[in-house]
Design a protein around this ligand. Structure first.
Ligand SMILES: [Fe+2]
Length: 187
């Protein structure tokens, strides 16, 4: 394991060098949007769009790793494109999200029912405490690019959010992003 400088393109999220990457497409998110008619219509007309991609830099045996998430702009009905949302598998592991371009909203909730929203804009580094569920939402018209860093052993627990949803929805009202309580959230 040796030190290394990794270049991050703030507009595309490209990492050089990188050790891994993946993309997520619209069809993988059928259940997370509340307007199923709008979802099916968008899939039909626009096709199976890439909604976000992740690039990462991971050194074997290091405690931490980092990477970028690049989220495309778009909406399903009145909800903006978003990530799956997750807790970390390890409850004692936090994370940071440092926004480099675009505009978004990071929605978070704790297991004891607290909610917080952090505006994502260039220059803002969001602190995600251990055991807070987090989801990012692209509320702008451009790609939202952010660099994240966390422990390699943090892991992901996607199931709980996939089942229960997040406590907060981010919706467009007159083209302005508004955070509202999720009426379908089940604790
Ligand atoms: Fe995370």
């Amino acid at each position: 394991m040796l030190p290394e400088g990794v270049t991050i393109d703030p507009l595309t999220g490209a990492l050089t060098p990188r050790t891994g990457e993946y993309t997520k497409r619209l069809s993988e998110f059928r259940s997370i949007y509340r307007d199923q008619k709008a979802f099916e219509a968008l899939l039909e007309t626009a096709g199976d769009l890439v909604t976000y991609k992740v690039e990462e830099y991971r050194a074997e045996n290091s405690d931490i790793f980092f990477g970028t998430t690049t989220m495309m702009p778009g909406r399903v009905g009145d909800e903006y494109f978003m990530t799956r949302g997750h807790y970390h598998a390890r409850r004692d592991r936090g994370e940071i999200y440092y926004t480099q371009s675009g505009h978004g909203m990071l929605v978070l909730h704790s297991r004891d029912g607290q909610t917080r929203n952090v505006v994502m804009k260039p220059g803002v580094c969001a602190f995600i405490p251990p055991d807070w569920a987090h989801r990012s939402v692209n509320t702008g018209r451009m790609p939202l690019v952010f660099t994240w860093c966390c422990s390699q052993d943090a892991g992901h627990d996607y199931d709980e959010i996939a089942t229960k949803g997040m406590r907060t929805l981010v919706t467009a009202e007159n083209d302005t992003a508004v955070c509202i309580p999720n009426p379908k959230f089940t604790s």
